[in-house]
Write a protein that binds this ligand. Structure first.
Ligand code: PMP
Length: 374
């Protein structure tokens, strides 16, 4: 039984459809788009064939790596800029300042360039030279700063805020705690796209969280369309979400660390405060499962994904096994997010030395170890 409800969101204040440029809703068949922003979103939904044949589910991955800046965070970058414009915080020629370790910065640098804003990025100085170079090529002013915890005033996020406060016509877009810009774009775009691409036949959705914008926005939209859709948080080791959901918010235990980048969280961000309560469950995916899935997807589907995507698919695969078929015997349809490609991480993920240092070579099935080429 599917309940169609067009009142799609519970956002305190969300992007109006006016704020999202018409070019965003380009016809997928159209031969050209209106600039960079017109090419964000409307990504394909890919059936992962081998995993679907092996389980009692259709496992589908939303190809966010096909966004023009290369990741799911192009959507958040667009949402954050549109929100700042709509609130009058950003005017022509203004400056966007953000703290980010990677994909959001790259998305923002692209969006700012396309819309004529300056872009200032504060990032931990532990990040790769490739990322810093790319940001600078895209015209961003990059400030690598010591990697210190969130409660330290020198943390990259707080430095970004102070920078924005100190210059005129500048905004700190605050991706972690700005649901109007981040979560809302997923309520307005990613969620509806998934609904349309599946004709509303999704049984379960799972993904990991960094800022939480993707999980919260998609969950909010899908549950508003059909509250029976199961929404599950997939956590890397070292993140508190799994413990938080499993204990109904009583505990925030964390253990260990992870090879995944861009996901895992030590607190409940404002993007997540409403929708974390709607999660039907949460679980931790060990790095050994994520890396094995990353190599499987390359071999079986020819898809070259970063570790957070691999973790998401490993989570969908686990759900397929745990949930089994629908009561009427039909296969369940399980959807997840393919966040970005492996290009930004390949010197690690395909390096024997690096994998050995993480104790992960043996997690990769023997016949797939031929792909460890670096
Ligand atoms: N995967 C990657 C590679 C990312 O960079 C991010 C964002 N940091 C995510 C997943 C998580 O997305 P969100 O911030 O919407 O939770």
């Amino acid at each position: 039984k599917r309940i169609i409800n067009s009142a799609a969101n519970g956002c305190k204040r969300s992007l109006t459809s006016k704020a999202i440029p018409a070019s965003y809703y380009r016809n997928q068949q159209a031969s050209s788009t209106d600039g960079f922003i017109g090419a964000i979103g409307n990504t394909p939904l890919i059936r992962l064939n081998k995993l679907s044949e092996e389980t009692d589910a259709e496992i589908l991955g939303k190809a966010e790596f096909m966004n023009p800046g290369g990741s799911v965070k192009d959507r958040a970058a667009l949402g954050l800029v549109l929100d700042a414009e709509e609130k009058g915080l950003l005017k022509a020629g203004g400056t966007v300042v953000e703290g980010t370790a990677g994909n959001t910065g790259i998305g923002l640098a692209h969006v700012c360039r396309a819309r004529g804003y300056k872009c200032v990025i504060y990032m931990p100085n532990t990040q790769s030279a490739e990322k810093i170079d790319l940001l600078r090529m895209l015209g961003a002013e990059v400030h690598p700063v010591p990697a210190v915890a969130f409660d330290n005033p020198q943390n990259y996020n707080h430095q970004a805020k102070r920078h924005a406060d100190s210059i005129p016509n500048a905004v700190w877009t605050n991706q972690f705690d700005n649901p109007d810009g981040n979560r809302a774009i997923h309520i307005h775009t990613t969620g509806p796209e998934l609904w349309l691409q599946t004709n509303g036949t999704i049984d379960a959705f799972t993904c990991s969280t960094g800022t939480g914008g993707t999980f919260a926005g998609v969950t909010n939209y899908l549950k508003s369309m059909n509250s029976d859709i199961g929404c599950y948080i997939a956590d890397p080791p070292g993140s508190v979400l799994a413990s938080y959901v499993q204990t109904n918010g009583e505990k925030m235990d964390r253990d260990g660390g992870s090879i995944t980048e861009g996901i895992g969280q030590g607190r409940i961000t404002e993007n997540m405060t409403v929708d974390v309560k709607k999660a039907d469950g949460a679980f931790t995916v060990p790095d050994s499962d994520s890396i094995a899935m990353l190599y499987r997807l390359l071999d079986e589907e020819g898809i070259y994904l970063g570790a957070s995507s691999a973790l998401n698919v490993a989570a969908a695969y686990k759900l397929a096994k745990d949930l089994g078929r629908n009561e009427d015997g039909t296969k369940r349809k399980i959807v997840t997010i393919l966040c970005d490609g492996a290009y930004r991480y390949q010197s690690r993920l395909f390096s024997r030395k690096w994998l050995e240092s993480k104790g992960l070579v043996d997690a990769i099935p023997q016949h797939l170890q031929k792909y460890i080429i670096l």
